[in-house]
Design a protein around this ligand. Structure first.
Ligand SMILES: NC(=O)c1ccc[n+]([C@@H]2O[C@H](COP(=O)([O-])OP(=O)(O)OC[C@H]3O[C@@H](n4cnc5c(N)ncnc54)[C@H](OP(=O)(O)O)[C@@H]3O)[C@@H](O)[C@H]2O)c1
Length: 266
């Protein structure tokens, strides 16, 4: 079977851990050329070493998604090294474990900045190159929290909802340039996402949620994302039985309303 990822230039944010790391390792097996981004350079180097890709095929590009005012310069670095950009995976981000009433506005703004505006900013930075190439794929990691609000997730859920509005519009506007947009809605995936979630005092939650401990692996999630890219899907849901709530909301909204109140936030 043809390996359509061979030599493709793929930029992954949040590549130092969890879903982003798993995607990097799976795409390296398919001989893609990778740009790995996150804040922790040493963790990106650890992931890069595992990929066994040659220096020629790997760029470690650390930066903080809370300030992407230099997004054009970052994209230019990618182009300087590889000459093109085939896929941008907007994946980096963090969750929330705090009630809205107790959460300072500054924390709400930070959640929006990292989980929403950075995705918009990096996508705008690569789009001119994709337009010129007449091809490209923007992948956006949303969440089932991008489909309904949930306890302790007010601004995280708001940021994920915002991604759907922006990227569904962008998809319509850019498909004439050969650019595709995939929105991924994971349910529960076993990563450090709950440990890294922010609390109302701005510190990390630092606990593994029960619902994440036995969830789908990041590796399986990565395989499903890769398959969706290959099949040119527009939106996918990835996870286990927690995804049932999406169907219940569509078909039985009153039942959804009862059930969602009974779910544990952890
Ligand atoms: N796991 C789930 O159940 C689940 C469910 C729905 C959606 N998601 C989404 O999946 C994506 C990946 O999360 P994950 O589950 O893999 O969690 P994770 O293991 O905590 O990974 C998060 C990644 O994002 C990076 N990151 C966080 N804040 C950043 C910042 N300010 N600047 C740059 N990079 C930053 C982290 O790297 P550094 O710390 O090195 O910067 C790390 O590589 C997120 O968008 C998350 O919302 C996850």
């Amino acid at each position: 079977m043809k390996n359509e990822f061979k030599d493709k230039v793929i930029w992954i944010t949040g590549a130092s851990s969890g879903i982003g790391e798993a995607l990097a390792l799976e795409l390296a097996k398919r001989e893609a050329r990778l740009i790995l981004s996150a804040r922790r350079k040493e963790e990106l180097e650890r992931v890069a070493a595992q990929t066994k890709l040659a220096d020629l095929d790997m760029l470690i590009l650390p930066f903080d998604l809370s300030d992407t005012s230099n997004a054009s310069a970052l994209a230019a670095q990618v182009i300087n090294k590889f000459g093109r950009i085939d896929i941008l995976v907007n994946n980096g981000g963090y969750s929330q474990r705090s009630e809205a009433i107790e959460t300072p506005l500054e924390i709400d703004r930070q959640l929006m900045e990292v989980n929403y505006f950075s995705y918009v900013s990096l996508s705008k930075a690569v789009l001119p190159y994709m337009k010129r190439q007449k091809s490209g794929h923007i992948v956006v990691i949303s969440s089932i929290a991008g489909k309904f609000g949930f306890y302790l997730r007010s601004s995280y859920s708001a940021a994920k909802h915002a991604l759907h509005g922006f990227f569904e519009s962008l998809r319509l506007e850019t498909e004439k340039f050969g650019i595709k947009t995939l929105i991924v809605c994971p349910g529960k995936i076993k990563t450090n996402v709950s440990l890294n979630a922010v609390t109302s005092d701005g510190k990390k939650h630092n606990e593994m949620d029960k619902s994440h401990a036995n969830a789908m692996s990041a590796e399986e999630c990565a395989l499903q994302i890769i398959s969706a890219i290959q099949k040119n899907k527009e939106e996918i849901f990835v996870g286990g039985k927690e995804l049932l709530i999406i169907k219940i909301r569509w078909f039985f909204p009153k039942l959804f309303s009862v059930l969602i109140r009974k779910q544990s936030p952890y």
